[in-house]
Design a protein around this ligand. Sequence first.
Ligand code: TMP
Length: 213
Amino acid sequence: MFITFEGGEGVGKSTQIALLATRLRAAGFEVTTLREPGSSTVSEAIRAILLDPAHAGLSARAELLLYEAARAQLTAECVRPALQAGGVVLCDRYCDSTTAYQGYGRGLALSEVQALNAVATGGLVPDVTIVLDLPVAEGLRRAQATAAPDRLEQEESAFHERVRAGFLALAAAEPQRIQVIDAGQTRGDVARAVMDVLTPLLDIPQKTTTGTA
Ligand code: TMP
C-alpha cells in the first residue's frame, strides 16, 4: 500500500506521518517513511539545490525537471522495492506536489507536468493520498516558527494560494484517491481523521478498551 501526504507549507505532514508510522508498526505492518524531494542520497542532494534560497534564479522548467529527477531516483531506489517487499510506504509529498506547485503555482502546463510525473514514476500512482489543508497565512506562520524560510517558502502568498487551490482541485478531480483533511484541528483530531480514511483500506485492528461496563 502506497500512501502519500500532501499540502502546502506548515500543514503538519511530517508529524502525521510519524504518528501514523508508529500506529501501523504497532499493528504489525512493515512501514517505510520517505520524503520528497529526498530520502535517497541523490535525491537529498537535489533537495539541497532546490531549497537553497541562493538559487532564486532557477527557471520554472529547471525546477520541474529537478523535482522529477529526485522522484525518479526515489521511486526506483526506495518506493518500488519497499512495495515489492509487501510493506506500507508513507511518503511526504509525491507527484501531486509537482502538479500543485509547478503546475498551478508556477503556471506550467498541467499536461506537461503530469506527463513528466508519469515518466519519473514509471506510472506508479499512490493508492491513497491525504491532503492536509490549512489557510496559507497560518501554514507559513507555522513553517517559519521553527526555521528560516527556504526558497519555496519565500514565494509570495499569491503563489501559495494557487498551490492550495491546486491541491483542492486535484482532490475534487480524483475523490476516490485523494481525501482532504482540515489541518486546523488539533494534532490528535487530524490523526483520528487520517485513521478514519485508512482503517477500512488497511484492515487495522481497532484499539481494544478494557474496563467495567
Ligand atoms: P518540504 O518537504 O519541507 O515541504 O519542502 C519541499 C518543498 O518543495 C515545499 O516547498 C514544496 C516544494 N515541492 C515542489 O515545489 N514540487 C514538488 O514536486 C515537491 C515534491 C515539493
